[in-house]
Design a protein around this ligand. Structure first.
Ligand code: C2E
Ligand code: CA
Ligand code: CA
Length: 497
C-alpha cells in the first residue's frame, strides 16, 4: 500500500483482499469450518485508511521527488530554530539558474531527474545540523543555525557540487545556482515566512547581479521591492490620471548653431511628488505592458505639439524625434496605429524621426529591418539611438534604411579627455558619413566637445550645453526667441594621448 502510486489502485487492491476473505469464509461455511470475517475486514480497512492518511500527510510535508521536506515543514523547522533563542539563524534560498531551459529542451522527466540528483548532492555536502527543503519547482531552502563562516563555507561547497556536470540524454550540463541569504539573531520577532521571504528577495538580487552568486539580505532590499511594487501600482493609473508629460530637448545644427528640432522625452509626475525620470519607470512600464498605451499617448502628444509649433512658426523647419521601445516594436499593428495618429493630427511622417536603440535593432536584425522599411514607407526619418553601446555588427548597418546615427553620450562626454573615445567617435562619424547618415552627438556638456565635433564634421548635437529638456511652454518660448546658439570654433588639433 505504501508504494502504491494511485489511490484508486489501492482501493481495488483492498476491495480484492476483502472479497477474497469473504469468499474463503463462505467456502469454509460449506465445509463446516467457521472463519471469522468481520475482524480481518475491519483490520484491512483500518490499515488502508491509516496508511493513506499518513501518506497524504507525508505528501503535504515532503516532496516525493527529492524526498525532502516541503515548504510547510521547513517553516515549522525555522520557527523552532527561531524560538530556540540562541545564536544566529540563517536561511538560504537557492534558485537554479536557467532551469526552465533544461525542462524545455530535455522534457520534464529529465528535469525531475536533474532535480533529484541536485537534491542528493545538497544532502551530501550540507552539515548534518542543517535542514534542507524543496520549497518550489527549482527552489531549495536551507536552515542553518551555525555561525556565519560555516554557512558561507557550505554555500561555496554547494556551488562547487552543482558545477560538477550531470549527464542528461548524452549531454553534460553543469548547473549554477543563485543564493540569497537572510541572517537574523536569536529573538528575531518577525516570523519564519518573513525570513524566507527576505532570503528570496536577496536571491533575486543575486540573480540580477549575476556574477555575485550569493547575496545577503539587507533591509533596503525589502524597501526597494516595496518601492517597486508601489511604483508599479501607481503607474497603472498614471495614464488615466494624466500624470505623464513630455519634455523636449533641443537638437542643434553644429554648422550654424540653429535649432533643428526636438527630442520628445517622457516624464512622470505623480501627484504630490517630484518628477520621475524615464530611466526609473520605463523598465516597469515595459514589463507591465503599459508601454503600449503610453507609447501611443507619447506619439500622439509629440505629433500634436509639433503641429502646434508648425502652425505658430511656419518658417522654422523643425523635426520631432520620438523614442520607440522594445515592446512597441513588437506590436503587430504598430504601423497601423501610427498611421491613424498621423491622419488624425494632420501631419506627415517626414518631420518626424523615430529613434530605436542600437541594441534593439541588433537583437533581431531581420525583424528590425522589416519594420524599418515599413516605417520608411510612411515617410519617417529613422535614427539608431545610443550608437556605440550595443555591440553592433557593422556589416549590418548598411542594410537598415537609417537616416541618423546618434552617438552615445558615453563617448561624447569623454572625447576631450580620452584619446580612445575621440578615436571611436571619429570612426563612427566616418562610418556614418560613408553610409550617408546624419550624425547627432548626444550629451554635449562642454564647448571643447563642440569644437572637436565641428572639426570632424558632425552635423548635429544635443546636450545640456545647449539646453536641458524643456517643458512645452519653455520650448515654445525658446522658439519665439531667436533660438540660435553661439558656437565655439572648430578645434584644429586632436586630443593628446
Ligand atoms: P535617450 O533616448 O538616450 O535620451 C537622452 C537622455 O539623455 C535623456 O534622459 C536626456 O535628458 C539625457 N541628456 C541629454 N543631454 C544630456 C547631457 O548633456 N548630459 C547628461 N548627463 N544627460 C543628457 P532622460 O530624459 O532621463 O531619458 C532617459 C532614457 O529614457 C532615454 O534615453 C530613452 O531611452 C528613454 N525614454 C525617454 N523618453 C522616452 C519615451 O518617450 N519613449 C521611450 N520609449 N523611451 C523614452
Ligand atoms: Ca533617444
Ligand atoms: Ca540616446
Amino acid at each position: 500500500t505504501w508504494y502504491g502510486k494511485r489511490p484508486l489502485w489501492m482501493l481495488v487492491l483492498s476491495g480484492g483482499g476483502i472479497t477474497i476473505i469473504w469468499l474463503a469464509a463462505g467456502y469454509g461455511l460449506t465445509q463446516n469450518i467457521w472463519l471469522p470475517v468481520v475482524e480481518p475486514t475491519a483490520g484491512f480497512l483500518l490499515a488502508g485508511a491509516l496508511v493513506t492518511a499518513q501518506k497524504a500527510l507525508y505528501r503535504s510535508t515532503y516532496d516525493p521527488l527529492s524526498g525532502l521536506p516541503g515548504r510547510e515543514l521547513f517553516l515549522i523547522q525555522v520557527q523552532q530554530a527561531l524560538s530556540a533563542q540562541k545564536g544566529t539563524v540563517s536561511v538560504a534560498f537557492l534558485d537554479l539558474d536557467r532551469f526552465r531551459l533544461i525542462n524545455q529542451s530535455f522534457g520534464h522527466v529529465s528535469g525531475d531527474r536533474v532535480l533529484a540528483i541536485l537534491a542528493s548532492r545538497l544532502r551530501q555536502v550540507l552539515p548534518t545540523a542543517t535542514s534542507l527543503a524543496r520549497v518550489g519547482g527549482d527552489e531549495f531552502a536551507i536552515l542553518f543555525t551555525a555561525p556565519r563562516e560555516t554557512v558561507e563555507r557550505s554555500i561555496a561547497a554547494i556551488q562547487t557540487a552543482f558545477a560538477n556536470p550531470i549527464s542528461v540524454q548524452h549531454y553534460r550540463l553543469s548547473v549554477t545556482v543563485s543564493v540569497g541569504l537572510a541572517v537574523v539573531q536569536a529573538g528575531y520577532e518577525a516570523g519564519p515566512e518573513e525570513l524566507l521571504r527576505d532570503a528570496h528577495t536577496a536571491m533575486y538580487r543575486a540573480k540580477a547581479l549575476q556574477e555575485y552568486r550569493c547575496e545577503t539580505f539587507a533591509t533596503n532590499m525589502r524597501e526597494a521591492a516595496i518601492e517597486r511594487l508601489c511604483l508599479e501600482s501607481n503607474l497603472l493609473t498614471a495614464l488615466d490620471n494624466q500624470e505623464f508629460l513630455l519634455h523636449y530637448q533641443p537638437i542643434v545644427d553644429l554648422n550654424t548653431g540653429q535649432l533643428s528640432g526636438f527630442e520628445a522625452l517622457v516624464r512622470w509626475r505623480p501627484p504630490g511628488r517630484a518628477v520621475i525620470s524615464p530611466a526609473e519607470f520605463m523598465p516597469i512600464v515595459e514589463e507591465t505592458g503599459l508601454i503600449l498605451p503610453l507609447g501611443q499617448w507619447i506619439f500622439q502628444r509629440a505629433c500634436r505639439q509639433l503641429k502646434d509649433w508648425q502652425q505658430e512658426f511656419p518658417d522654422l523647419p523643425l523635426t520631432m524625434s520620438i523614442n520607440l521601445s522594445r515592446r512597441q516594436l513588437r506590436q503587430p499593428d504598430l504601423l497601423g496605429q501610427i498611421e491613424t495618429i498621423l491622419t488624425q493630427v494632420g501631419i506627415d511622417g517626414s518631420q518626424l524621426q523615430l529613434e530605436i536603440t542600437e541594441s534593439l535593432v541588433m537583437q533581431d536584425v531581420e525583424a528590425a529591418r522589416e519594420l524599418m522599411y515599413g516605417l520608411k514607407q510612411l515617410g519617417f526619418r529613422l535614427a539608431i539611438d545610443d550608437f556605440g553601446t550595443g555591440y553592433s555588427s557593422l556589416s549590418y548597418l548598411h542594410k537598415f534604411p537609417t537616416d541618423t546615427l546618434k552617438v552615445d553620450q558615453s563617448f561624447v562626454s569623454r572625447i576631450d579627455t580620452s584619446h580612445e573615445d575621440w578615436e571611436i567617435v571619429q570612426t563612427i562619424l566616418a562610418l556614418g558619413h560613408k553610409l550617408h547618415m546624419n550624425l547627432v552627438a548626444e550629451g554635449i556638456e562642454k564647448a571643447s566637445q563642440i569644437s572637436l565635433l565641428r572639426q570632424i564634421g558632425c552635423e548635429s548635437g544635443q546636450g545640456f550645453y545647449f539646453s536641458r529638456p524643456l517643458s512645452s511652454r519653455q520650448a515654445t518660448a525658446l522658439l519665439r526667441g531667436d533660438s540660435l546658439w553661439p558656437l565655439p570654433a572648430a578645434a584644429d588639433s586632436a586630443v593628446k594621448r
